[in-house]
Ligand binder design. Structure first.
Ligand code: PMP
Length: 400
């Protein structure tokens, strides 16, 4: 029985917490100096706090009232403009504002997943995406990921083995969380074909797409197949602006919007109006593009600093991905005896935090891997943090 409590619903047993999110509280309790590679959030010094504060102080009519469930019309218009500026054609009827990207994922699962439905997820993938699908009773099928993202060619065999087609496919196409890899155009095209063949919905979760700092963008699903009702796109301002605002949006077939509104009304009635107004003013003031230009250069520098530090302190003992954008590097140890969950406590004592690989896998895989966020630390701190990680690995080796 879930939690040993007779009064709980059966679904309570499927509510898995987020190791990533709990690491925020764990880290807040530490009193010694820690280089923080764990959380995937923009660092405070890279958020345009003064501008946001200035807009927060504006008195806009209706600021403290309930708003429209689908979002403040002025924000919806700004989102359509933002997308157009990046070559994405969308319309106001396709946009529903959400309480962060997480609510977009929850709405997708609420609309598409019945208990027992098969859902393909990437292995590794974003923990909370798995957790959301599990909370709706999904059976998750973990599919491999390589340098070109989800290995779409592997899916037909996996589906044949499972003996049934997936109800939906959850993918993070750009600078994937946690691996940092990007799905190639060929694989995106093939995934659209397979989704059409199987009648599956692609849950296209892309919080990092506008944080590309290398190479050219790869067309989105919505650009490869405009208007496809089987593509459900989840977006957020959390990584490109500030996560505490809790503003995101979904871009979907307009026919779904009445259902989205009903589903969202049963969650939170409407997204916070004051924070929507702050984001609207920030976008209308044309501050996002200069902000993105600035932070992308900094993230590139930090990624390079992290790769250099890994080479310096680990040499051939680890393999790291080389992301074209976003926040994360995925590190795999050559020594398969290393267990990154066991290493975590020693690393924390040494003064460095990361997320162990198994947190990103429904099957508990990737014990020899870990996720590092390069976005939140300066190059000097990155070098210090990687040096501390190397000391922790030496210490765990010495105990064997
Ligand atoms: N999807 C992915 C892949 C993410 O990395 C995150 C944030 N870590 C989210 C969704 C959730 O975004 P938000 O904080 O806007 O809810």
């Amino acid at each position: 029985m879930a939690g040993g409590q007779p009064f709980l619903a059966h679904r309570a047993a499927d509510l898995v917490g987020s190791i990533i999110d709990s690491s925020t509280s764990l880290l807040a309790r530490q009193t010694h100096d820690i280089v923080r590679f764990a959380m995937g959030a923009p660092s405070d010094d890279l958020m345009p706090v003064e501008l946001l504060d200035r807009y927060a102080a504006h008195a806009v009519p209706g600021k403290y009232s309930y708003g429209a469930t689908e979002g403040e019309p002025a924000l919806v218009e700004q989102i359509v403009k933002l997308q157009a500026a990046h070559g994405i054609t969308t319309t106001t009827e396709r946009i529903t504002v959400t309480t962060g990207g997480m609510q977009g994922l929850d709405l997708a699962c609420k609309l598409f997943i019945d208990p027992g439905d098969l859902v393909i997820v990437e292995g590794p993938t974003y923990t909370n995406g798995n957790a959301t699908a599990l909370s709706y009773g999904a059976d998750l099928l973990e599919a491999p990921v390589d340098e070109d993202g989800l290995v779409v060619e592997a899916l037909p065999d996996l589906i044949a083995q499972a003996g049934r087609t997936p109800k939906s496919i959850y993918t993070i196409p750009n600078f994937q969380n946690p691996s940092g890899v990007t799905q190639s155009q060929g694989r995106r095209e093939r995934l659209l074909e397979l989704a059409a063949e199987w009648g599956s919905v692609i849950i296209d979760d892309d919080p990092y797409g506008l944080l590309r700092f290398e190479n050219n963008p790869i067309p989105e699903f919505s650009q490869l197949d405009p208007g496809n009702p089987q593509v459900f796109s989840v977006r957020t301002f959390s990584k490109i602006l500030a996560p505490g605002l809790r503003i995101g949006w979904v871009d979907t077939d307009p026919g779904l919007q009445p259902l989205l509104i009903n589903a969202k009304q049963a969650m939170d009635t409407c997204t916070s109006v004051p924070t929507q107004q702050i984001v609207t003013a920030f976008l209308a003031g044309e501050h996002l593009q200069p902000h993105l230009d600035r932070v992308r250069g900094i993230y590139r520098e930090r990624k390079e600093a992290m790769r250099a530090a890994l080479r310096r302190h680990f040499g051939d003992a680890v393999r790291a991905t080389d992301p074209d954008g976003g926040f994360f590097l995925w590190v795999t140890f050559a020594d398969k005896r290393i267990d990154t969950q066991a290493l975590f406590e020693i690393a924390l004592a040494e003064g460095v935090a990361y997320i162990p690989g198994p947190a990103f896998s429904v099957g508990g895989n990737f014990h020899d891997a870990l996720r590092l966020c390069f976005a939140t630390s300066t190059p000097e701190r990155i070098d210090e943090g990687v040096a501390r990680l190397a000391r922790a690995v030496d210490l765990i080796g010495a105990t064997r």
